[in-house]
Design a protein around this ligand. Structure first.
Ligand SMILES: *[C@@H]1O[C@H](CO)[C@@H](O)[C@H](O)[C@H]1NC(C)=O
Ligand SMILES: *[C@@H]1O[C@H](CO)[C@@H](O)[C@H](O)[C@H]1NC(C)=O
Ligand SMILES: *[C@@H]1O[C@H](CO)[C@@H](O)[C@H](O)[C@H]1NC(C)=O
Length: 144
């Protein structure tokens, strides 16, 4: 029955299906062996914040639950920052912003996971270094 199918779809969405997919995904990605969240972010030009936020329904806070073959979304259409910098030891936000041709304020706005005093960045973290502010919301998932 149609209504039963709808209910099942709704339940699967709420419960977080293994095959959950983000609607309006601009860039799909399939997890391969050896991937980590920051590793995917670095090779695919997606910020640590954006990857976590868009895939909030499927990736846990510590990114301990990736599995080979898992479908992720790297960015939502219209909210997709693909200009990035991988933090190295000794980096500071001021210098990262300057090197990227953006401002500290825009850098902090695009990476809400970074403290206002930039004390919590770490080597391997990927920052969005776009020169305009890109607001990223959590991906809404639907059952596949
Ligand atoms: C991403 O995957 C979904 C589900 O398979 C598909 O509908 C969408 O067109 C894909 N987007 C891109 C940009 O390939
Ligand atoms: C990531 O960005 C760099 C620098 O713009 C570019 O050379 C590279 O091709 C990009 N990689 C992907 C997967 O988009
Ligand atoms: C993920 O969702 C939870 C619950 O809605 C929220 O508390 C958390 O801040 C979100 N995390 C990210 C990275 O968006």
């Amino acid at each position: 029955m149609f209504s039963r199918a709808l209910l099942a779809a709704a339940l699967a969405a709420v419960c977080g299906s293994v095959h959950a997919q983000v609607s309006n995904c601009a860039r799909n990605y399939t997890v391969v062996s050896g991937d980590t969240c920051d590793g995917i972010s670095a090779k695919e030009n997606v910020s640590t914040y954006q990857l976590a936020t868009v895939n909030n329904a499927t990736i846990d806070a510590g990114c301990d639950d990736l599995f080979v073959g898992e479908s992720l979304c790297l960015g939502i259409t219209g909210q997709d920052c693909d200009v990035t910098h991988v933090v190295v030891s000794g980096d500071n936000c001021e210098a990262i912003a300057q090197a990227a041709g953006t401002t500290l304020d825009i850098l902090l706005a695009n990476n809400p996971n970074v403290d206002s005093d930039c004390s919590n960045i770490y080597p391997g973290e990927v920052l969005c270094t776009a020169d305009d502010i890109i607001v990223v919301s959590s991906g809404s998932t639907s059952a596949a």
